[in-house]
Design a protein around this ligand. Structure first.
Ligand code: ZN
Length: 123
């Protein structure tokens, strides 16, 4: 009995560590995309902000575990400090000022500034 326990524990510990194969990251990306689209739907259509936030949290956790970055589109719509989805007017204030888009999270007050003419687009 004891021997079996040790074996399963070792297996469990190993399953989270080590190299991430291509299949693993592909599945992680897919899962994150699904969760972000769900978050978008909850935020924009159903106005259920806590649920959208929960979806974003789960997606970010998956991303951290498998070293996968957010899509650029969703990266702009997520608050970095409280994980709120900034997709509608109830959760974010969006203005332009001095050649920048300024997105203010209404939940925690974090401000995000996105330059309209970045170095990448000028090239
Ligand atoms: Zn926030």
């Amino acid at each position: 009995m004891d021997n079996k326990k040790i074996v399963t524990q070792r297996f469990r510990r190993r399953s989270r560590m080590g190299r991430r194969t291509k299949e693993m990251t592909a599945i992680a990306k897919e899962r994150m995309h699904i969760l972000f689209t769900l978050a978008e739907r909850e935020s924009v259509e159903n106005k259920n902000l806590p649920r959208a936030k929960r979806y974003v949290e789960l997606a970010r956790k998956i991303g951290m575990r498998y070293n996968v970055r957010m899509d650029r589109y969703f990266g702009l719509l997520v608050c970095r400090s409280c994980n709120s989805f900034l997709g509608n007017s109830a959760s974010a204030r969006v203005r332009t000022l001095g050649g920048k888009i300024i997105i203010c999270c209404k939940n925690c007050g974090r401000v995000k500034r996105i330059p309209l003419r970045s170095k990448r687009t000028r090239e």
